[in-house]
Design a binder for this molecule. Structure first.
Ligand code: VGL
Ligand code: ZN
Length: 213
């Protein structure tokens, strides 16, 4: 069992990101059993939940004449416009019903400010508003951040980059993630993560090592 200094952050495992969901990630459902299995090896687990008001700036439907997956320039930079997803208190925004991580200690809800998106679990898209997660992890003695969930190239990648920037050792568990892959975003995300010193492992790597040490 990994100690409290190793946190597993499970990103956005919510019905709206599953096949058939409002912002479906291909094979997104496949991460659920993998995450259930690896989470059992962590004493410290945090979940994130994408959690938008219906009037959210990231929704194409809130911009006249705009379509989902176009980009738009907002005061804080380029924003992909998404289908309406993860609206606060809707079924699509709940935690996935088959996610079984009873010992998860904390849920970070992000993207709740109407005018700012937040892919990252640490810092909103204006790159200045903290979610509070950095402080929580420092307070609880975390040194190493392991990441799993959806989507590899958006919320997982942005969270991994911010975890590194905050000084945590950072590891992405590749087969516990699935990507949206919009215009090369997945290759770009891996290039950026590896360039920043994020490590890439598979769930098999952790489980094998667990049994041999
Ligand atoms: C996500 C796009 C919009 C994610 C969330 O969880 O990766 N992507 N909102
Ligand atoms: Zn979102």
């Amino acid at each position: 069992m990994k100690p409290v200094e190793d946190v597993l952050i499970v990103v956005d495992v919510q019905p709206d990101f599953m096949p058939g969901g409002a912002l479906a990630v291909a094979r997104g459902d496949e991460v659920v059993p993998v995450i259930n299995r690896i989470a059992a090896g962590f004493s410290h687990v945090v979940l994130t939940q994408d959690w938008h008001p219906r009037s959210h700036v990231s929704f194409a439907a809130n911009h006249a004449g705009r379509q989902p997956f176009e980009t738009m320039t907002l005061p804080y930079g380029e924003q992909v416009l998404w289908p309406v997803h993860c609206v606060q208190d809707t079924e699509g925004a709940a935690l996935h019903r088959d996610l079984h991580v009873p010992h998860a200690r904390m849920v970070v809800r992000k993207g709740h400010h109407e005018h700012v998106d937040s892919y990252s679990a640490f810092l909103e898209a204006d790159r200045t508003t903290p979610t509070g997660l950095t402080g929580y992890l420092r307070d609880t003695g975390v040194r190493r951040v392991w990441l799993a969930g959806l989507a590899t190239d958006y919320c997982v990648a942005w969270s991994a980059l911010d975890a590194r920037a905050a000084g945590f050792e950072t590891i992405v568990i590749e087969d516990a993630c699935r990507a949206i892959d919009l215009d090369g975003s997945l290759a770009r995300a891996w290039r950026d993560m590896l360039g920043a010193g994020v490590r890439r492992v598979t769930s098999n790597d952790i489980e094998t090592r667990e049994t041999t040490t």
